[in-house]
Design a protein around this ligand. Structure first.
Ligand code: THU
Length: 131
């Protein structure tokens, strides 16, 4: 992945943190997904007074991209204040919708580490499991 694209993804993910609705945890998360046609689509976490209804930034970004007609994804970035990893539910959804892609995990200062979606979710239960 070209360095410029990685930087753009991480910047969008970090910018999206400002849009987070996280009054309960105060843990602002932003994500950005790169689509096959080169678009970058962001998402932020959205919480609820009914805590378990929160939706993570990664899933908001992916569901937003999908609902705008994108079906193929090349990379995803997630940004938090401390370089936190995607949660288990998001790992499952990233694998479902993106397959094997690089995931750039960032903190406020930029890239913290890179993982593949396969490393994040080894031995996945997925569509192959239902054949
Ligand atoms: N969160 C995300 O947005 N993505 C993750 O992968 C981990 C957790 C959000 C959910 C909740 O709004 C806050 O972070 C604290 O758990």
């Amino acid at each position: 992945m070209p360095e410029e694209i990685i930087k753009q993804l991480i910047k969008t993910a970090n910018d999206m943190r400002q849009k987070a609705y996280a009054p309960y945890s105060n843990y602002r998360v932003g994500a950005a997904v790169l689509t096959a046609d080169g678009s970058v689509i962001g998402g932020c976490n959205v919480e609820s007074a009914s805590y378990s209804l929160a939706c993570c930034a990664e899933r908001v970004a992916l569901f937003r991209a999908l609902s705008e007609g994108h079906q193929q994804f090349k990379a995803l970035a997630v940004a938090t204040r401390d370089g936190g990893s995607p949660c288990g539910a998001c790992r499952q959804v990233i694998w479902e919708l993106c397959g094997a892609i690089p995931v750039y995990i960032a903190d406020e200062t930029g890239l913290n580490r890179t993982a593949t979606s396969t490393e994040l979710l080894p031995d996945a239960f997925d569509k192959e499991s239902l054949k």
